[in-house]
Design a protein around this ligand. Structure first.
Ligand SMILES: Cc1cc2nc3c(=O)[nH]c(=O)nc-3n(C[C@H](O)[C@H](O)[C@H](O)COP(=O)(O)OP(=O)(O)OC[C@H]3O[C@@H](n4cnc5c(N)ncnc54)[C@H](O)[C@@H]3O)c2cc1C
Length: 414
């Protein structure tokens, strides 16, 4: 087993790192000023994206780009260390057109869209000319069980009429979001997993209404603002159906594997930054006559964070490798494993970092409270921990012995 990165991965990681250091990080304070303070898009994003694309650093999270589609062709494993670099700043992925939820949507469109749909919806996303969202979760049903989704899509001639409500839809409140992929019921008589379909719904279709923007734990998502949406008799052409009628879960699953693993890869990069922040802050600050970094507790927090991070990185690499080798069906268990492991780790490391920073750790002057909220969110979003743990448990096999005759236990006196 070779744990080295491939030459290709190292090459693109080094290129991305130097672009990040030269072009992205120096603009972080300006980005914060625009996005978080003035609440306006950063005016330099388009220019940065052009530079990134010219440098070949474009659509890095899409291993299956067609020959005529723009982007750097990297495997999931090659992408992993690059996603870590982007994960250090919440807004950095957008510079390289690698932001959620657009990338998972691009993957769904690559796999399930017709050539006409690709031209109309995928192409603009690949070129960062538009933004998108994915609408599954609903306020009125437990959406962690996707078979509960109740939004209706009723056939009417060559159209579907969509009625329902969706909430916590990442990106739906973005001013440039032009469409979303909506999961809804097309045939209530079909079996539980064949009742739903995915439909591409333009945001400007009459009857689509942004009910309100939403925040999560007091944080706003400035990259892909979250929204609650209402669909009141929205008429959408049947040609916007993704896949066949009844393929809703198939389409959703194609995008969910990459969506989950990309979040985990970025979170590992964020944890790396949190460790650096803990190191620097505790070295620079003194309490009760010595540097905070000299206290055993702080050293232990940093070392434990390193141990957890290295474990998570290996799991993430293996999961990416399996996704490359066996596709999302073959990687399903590994995706669930990292989806549980990484958010919990991010929460723990962010919590330690917050403690090390004292009051400042919860302020807008650091990214720590957002990292904590992000870790917390990932324990619910894209499937709560409990659902993944249940799946992992179900894949355990029962050993072929009973406790009474187990060769691993001492004989019980009769
Ligand atoms: C910031 C943010 C962004 C999001 N972005 C999107 C988006 O872009 N698109 C989208 O469609 N959704 C999005 N979501 C929604 C997210 O995917 C759902 O919240 C999640 O799937 C859970 O659904 P629910 O909220 O309806 O919880 P429920 O289904 O009501 O579940 C509540 C709780 O019940 C428990 N539970 C559920 N099932 C089991 C089980 N099998 N075993 C044990 N316990 C269980 C769990 O503790 C779970 O947390 C987002 C959420 C947040 C917070």
């Amino acid at each position: 087993m070779d744990f080295n990165l491939s030459a290709q991965s190292e090459h693109w990681r080094d290129r991305l790192q130097s672009f990040f250091d030269r072009e992205v990080l120096p603009r972080h304070r300006a980005w914060l000023e625009h996005a978080a303070v003035k609440r306006e898009p950063a005016p330099f994003m388009g220019e940065l994206q052009e530079k990134a694309r010219a440098a070949g650093l474009w659509n890095l999270g899409l291993p299956e780009l067609a020959p005529d589609e723009p982007g750097t062709r990297l495997s999931n494993l090659e992408y992993a260390p690059l996603a870590e670099i982007m994960g250090r700043l919440f807004w950095a992925p957008e510079v390289f057109n690698c932001q959620a939820p657009d990338v998972p949507n691009m993957i769904a469109l690559q796999n399930c869209a017709t050539p006409e749909q690709k031209q109309c919806w995928l192409r603009p996303l690949l070129e960062a000319r538009t933004r998108s969202a994915f609408g599954m979760t609903e306020p009125d049903v437990a959406s962690s069980d996707a078979t509960n989704i109740a939004t209706t899509m009723v056939r009417d001639g060559d159209d579907y009429i969509v009625n329902g409500r969706k909430w916590f839809i990442t990106g739906a409140a973005h001013p440039r979001c032009s469409f979303l992929i909506v999961l809804g019921v097309t045939n209530s008589e079909a079996g539980r997993t064949r009742r739903h379909s995915c439909l591409i719904v333009p945001m400007d279709a009459p009857g689509v209404r942004l009910v309100r923007p939403l925040r999560w734990m007091g944080c706003e998502d400035h990259v892909a603002p979250i929204g609650e949406l209402a669909f009141d008799n929205v008429r959408v052409s049947r040609s916007n159906l993704l896949g066949e009628e009844g393929d809703g879960f198939k389409v959703a699953q194609v995008r969910l594997g990459p969506a989950r693993i990309h979040h985990c890869m970025r979170s590992i990069g964020l944890c790396e930054l949190l460790i650096e922040l803990m190191m620097v802050r505790s070295a620079e600050r003194s309490a009760f006559g010595r540097a905070v970094i000299q206290y055993d507790t702080v050293q232990r927090w940093i070392a434990e964070s390193r141990v957890e991070l290295e474990q998570a990185r290996l799991l993430s690499y293996r999961c990416a490798w399996r996704l490359d080798q066996a596709g999302h069906h073959g990687a399903w268990r590994d995706v669930s494993v990292i989806k549980v492991a990484v958010p919990a780790m991010l929460q723990r490391i962010a919590d330690r970092a917050m403690q090390v920073f004292g009051a400042m750790g919860g302020s807008d002057d650091t990214p720590i409270h957002q990292a904590l909220a992000w870790g917390r969110l990932l324990r619910i979003g894209d499937g709560p921990d409990e659902v993944h743990l249940r799946q992992i448990f179900r894949m355990e096999t029962m050993p072929p012995w009973s406790i009474a005759d187990s060769p691993y236990l001492a004989a019980h006196p009769s």
